[in-house]
Design a protein around this ligand. Structure first.
Ligand SMILES: Cc1ncc(C[n+]2csc(CCOP(=O)(O)OP(=O)(O)O)c2C)c(N)n1
Length: 656
């Protein structure tokens, strides 16, 4: 039967790509047998309950092979119809070009950027262990599922897979099973031209159990490999499956030509003939395959219902755990959360990374499901929680991750943890290294995942470490990512609010941009306005000059204002910790905050500041930096780049 299932997948996938006249048939044809084994025999899922917490997860890291997933979801009974398959790659369809989380029931994560999915899978497998540790009892095992991922040669070449595999091996994630679609082909042709390393040896060295030499077209071998992997409880498993890309295509099998364009009508006819599929029927599903999955669905539903029963019994016996489970899955905050965080006593002057650290520790006490760590910069990022244990091999009760120097994987693992459900992650590094994880940050935003990015050492004030470590374009470029909230607090009070806003935002990621250097407390006319993303710190509506800034430049603005006032000028100071939130308050509010028509507006950013032009008019002024920084004591570097009150005040006086 699995053979029939696989061939039907091949027909559906080839037809889908052909109909769209766009897409990647090679992988679905090559991995149809693996897919048939996973959905036809191995995996625990219920198409009627795609959100079932204890389902096995399947992540197609090689997202270009999306027709494989869509075919499997259709056949197994998810809400993906044949018409949806016919609509492959069409606008607003359930079957977009690459699998997109939230668009298609049964799609666990958005994949396409090679390697992201693999790291997401590592995150999910970590989350599974942590949830098991938290919620399973002597009597009842509530959390007990596997995470499967399929990765091609392309993913294997990506650094993120190396990083994520390294951490997965270190943590001994026994319930993670990765399948390597080892077809020796990528877009450029044979992988020999660039990729000749010993992948199985590499994974063994990373602490994985490797099942090598598996025939990816032999059902028994695939099943046996998965069974073997399941038996190894203290290591993740890599199954190296030899496949032929475009399997079944009469002239294209084994060639890169099958990778990324429609096979063509002739080739598809030939394939169908060869596989014994009706040659003239598109999107064909045999009666036997339908019946096979109908039967399968009954069994799977029973399994899920048995779990529900067990879960309900567990919930009755453990009301406290059940309460915690619900809070965690709904990302609920304590009712008095704002009060508790706002009421936290933090003395200034203090670096915002340090006030962030204090706030974070309080949040971790208050919010059990909030877990995280840093890429080997915990002492600098102020993210380690001394009160709690850390996640290590065989120890998943802790709250602290040691991500190691693996920024890209860290962020994508964060996405995986968030997607799994029941936990919410924060991840941390220097702002300048946000570049290393940029695509994963983008994926959090694209998937609406509430990962919190703690990014410290936010400007040339980093000082001695020099231009390699001094962010210039980073804050501005993060602000460009759609759906990413970028909060750059100006003092300890704004930092607490930034954390509150990050935690209250459950439908997308937040980046907190924090200083290394101390910041004074800023006296504000209406501290409650901080929540608006932009507000008047002080100063009259009809001021001669309006200084607009965020983060450390707000205190610089306060100093600058003192000097300007000595020159007889009236000054208003506006703090904008989050630009999009500020503009979302409406044009009237923005206009009111930015003062009268006649004032000179000066925006200040200790880095690239292009985005501030949205608040400036002809004749207004931007104080910013668009070159790299320099090594030296922070204050001297700031002086060199004109970021002292004296220099800024002088620049403004010249402008008037
Ligand atoms: C990060 C990233 N770089 C490049 C691409 C473009 N791309 C898509 S598939 C692919 C080749 C993948 O080769 P392989 O994993 O062997 O897939 P197969 O050819 O077997 O389908 C490339 C370069 C991408 N999707 N993501």
């Amino acid at each position: 039967m699995l053979k029939q299932v696989a061939d039907v997948i091949r027909g559906l996938s080839a037809d889908g790509v052909q109909e769209a006249n766009s897409g990647h048939p090679g992988l679905p044809l090559g991995c149809a047998d693996i897919g048939a084994v996973l959905y036809g025999e191995v995996m625990k899922y219920d198409p009627k309950a795609p959100e079932w917490a204890d389902r096995d997860r399947f992540i197609l890291s090689a997202g270009h092979g999306s027709m494989l997933v869509y075919s499997l979801l259709h056949l197994s009974g998810y809400d993906v119809s044949l018409d949806d398959l016919r609509d492959f790659r069409q606008l607003d369809s359930k079957t977009p070009g690459h699998p997109e989380y939230g668009h298609t029931p049964g799609v666990e994560t958005t994949t396409g950027p090679l390697g992201q999915g693999f790291a997401n899978a590592v995150g999910m497998a970590i989350a599974e262990r942590m949830m098991a540790e938290r919620y399973n009892t002597e009597e009842d095992t509530i959390v007990d599922h596997y995470t499967y991922t399929l990765t091609g040669d392309g993913g294997m070449m990506e650094g993120i897979v190396y990083e994520a595999a390294s951490l997965a091996g270190h943590l001994g994630l026994g319930k993670l099973i990765a399948i390597y679609d080892d077809n020796d082909i990528s877009i450029g042709g044979s992988t020999d031209i660039t990729f000749t390393e010993d992948v199985p040896a590499r994974f063994r060295a990373q602490g994985w159990h490797v099942v090598d030499g598996v025939d990816g077209h032999d059902f028994e071998s695939i099943k046996a490999a998965i069974e073997e992997g399941k038996k190894v409880a203290d290591k993740p498993t890599l199954i190296v499956a030899k496949t032929a890309i475009g399997f079944g295509a009469p002239t294209m099998e084994g060639l890169s030509a099958a990778h990324g364009s429609p096979l063509g009508d002739e080739e598809i006819r030939g394939m169908k003939e060869k596989l014994g599929l009706p040659v003239d029927e598109k999107f064909y599903v045999s009666k036997e395959v339908k019946e096979f999955f109908a039967q399968k669905r009954v069994e799977l539903q029973k399994e899920r219902e048995a779990w529900e029963e067990k879960f309900n019994k567990w919930a009755k016996a453990n009301p406290e755990l059940k309460k915690s489970w619900d809070q965690a899955h709904n990302l609920e905050l304590p009712a008095n959360f704002r009060e508790v965080i706002e009421g936290l006593e933090i003395d200034a002057p203090i670096a915002s990374r340090a006030s962030s650290g204090k706030t974070l520790s309080k949040i971790v006490d208050e919010v059990e499901y909030f877990v995280g760590g840093s890429a080997d910069l915990a002492p600098s990022n102020k993210t380690y929680q001394d009160k709690y244990g850390e996640i290590q091999k065989g120890e998943f009760a802790g709250r602290n991750f040691r991500f190691g120097v693996r920024e890209h994987a860290m962020a994508a693992i964060g996405n995986g943890i968030a997607l799994h459900g029941g936990l919410r992650p924060y991840v941390a590094t220097f702002l300048v290294f946000s570049d290393y994880m940029r695509n994963a940050i983008r994926m959090s935003a694209l998937m609406n995942q509430p990962v919190v990015y703690v990014l410290t050492h936010d400007s040339i004030y980093v000082g001695e470490d020099g231009p390699t470590h001094q962010p210039i374009e980073h804050t501005e470029s993060l602000r460009l990512i759609p759906n990413l909230t970028v909060l750059r607090p100006a003092d300890e009070e704004e930092t607490k609010v930034a954390w509150i806003q990050a935690m209250e935002r459950t439908d997308g990621p937040t980046a907190l941009i924090l200083t290394r250097q101390n910041l004074p407390h800023i006296e504000k006319d209406n501290p409650g306005d901080i929540y608006k993303g932009g507000y008047v710190v002080k100063g009259p509506q009809d001021a001669d000059i309006v200084l607009i800034a965020s983060g450390s430049e707000v205190s610089l603005a306060v100093e600058t204002a003192d000097l300007l006032e000595k020159e007889g000028k009236s000054v208003r100071i506006v703090s904008v910790p989050e630009r999009r939130l500020f503009t979302a308050q409406g044009q009237d509010y923005v206009n009111q905050v930015l003062g009268s028509k006649n004032s000179l507006r000066v925006a200040m950013e200790i880095g690239v500041g292009q985005g501030w032009y949205q608040f400036l008019r002809e004749g207004d002024h931007l104080v910013s930096i668009d070159t790299f920084g320099a090594s030296g004591p922070g204050k001297e570097v700031a002086d060199k780049f004109g970021f002292t009150a004296q220099k800024v005040a002088k620049e403004i006086m010249n402008k008037l």
